[in-house]
Design a protein around this ligand. Structure first.
Ligand code: BTN
Length: 230
């Protein structure tokens, strides 16, 4: 499906998540050059100097039978598709919402429920220097040495997101799993999530993280904050 219309561009705002008008049609887009209170997952902040990151939010209206929290994984798949196409490098997805390049977080996705719809926010680190990034993060600039046009990247990303979102809407997570299972950043890593420690075996077909905790026992986790051995 086509995403990105109608479109609102702002120079600065608190968060593009807050500027999405839920009375607009599905696919409505808000893009900002700078956010003063960018939101991350689990109440964290998302910060980037003006003009350095691609920051946008989209209005989505998934059918009732879909599990909306899966959207951050679907978005991760689309961001990975777009970055791989753009950069020619392989990109991983760190469950549940991070996109990784060369072991650094290059993008994050945030799906928030509002007025019966979903506001999907995506931030991609494009032009930040190493000093402008938090620990563990990288940008296209720091990781590839290349500058990239944010508008060009947005257009590729909206394309991939429209395709992956449409597939998920019609067929659920199974329909995008080809882009997810093979890019699992945590697979094989020792992790701790919500107090459970073990080795990740996979992101399962319901989008849960499966962790082998020993004695042949596998625990699946629906949401949480993962810490892992680097
Ligand atoms: C995360 O990694 O925790 C998710 C980060 C999502 C950041 C984007 S930037 C555009 C949109 N507006 C926000 O305030 N957050 C999302």
């Amino acid at each position: 499906m086509t995403l990105g219309r109608p479109r609102l561009d702002v120079e600065s705002c608190e968060s593009t998540q807050l500027l999405v008008d839920t009375s607009l049609p599905e696919g409505a887009l808000v893009v900002a050059d700078h956010q003063t209170a960018g939101r991350g997952r689990l109440g964290r902040s998302w910060e980037a100097p003006a003009g350095t990151a691609l920051l946008f939010s989209l209005l989505l209206d998934p059918p009732q039978q879909r599990h909306a929290p899966e959207l951050s994984l679907v978005a991760g798949v689309a961001v990975a598709d777009a970055l791989e196409r753009t950069l020619g490098l392989s990109v991983q997805i760190k469950w549940p919402n991070d996109v990784m390049l060369r072991r650094k977080k290059i993008a994050g996705c945030l799906a928030e429920a509002r007025d019966g719809a979903v506001v999907l926010g995506i931030g991609v680190n494009v032009g930040q220097t190493a000093e402008q990034l938090p620990e563990g993060a990288g940008s296209i600039r720091t990781l590839t040495g290349r500058a990239w046009d944010r508008e060009e990247l947005l257009s590729t990303l909206l394309d991939d997101l429209g395709r992956r979102y449409g597939a998920w809407r019609d067929g659920g997570l199974d329909a995008v799993y080809d882009g997810l299972g093979s890019r699992d950043f945590l697979r094989g890593r020792q992790v701790t999530v919500n107090g459970t420690s073990g080795v990740v075996t996979m992101i399962d077909r319901e989008g849960k993280l499966a962790i082998a905790v020993g004695h042949g026992e596998v625990v699946t986790i629906e949401s949480g904050d993962v810490s892992y051995a680097r």
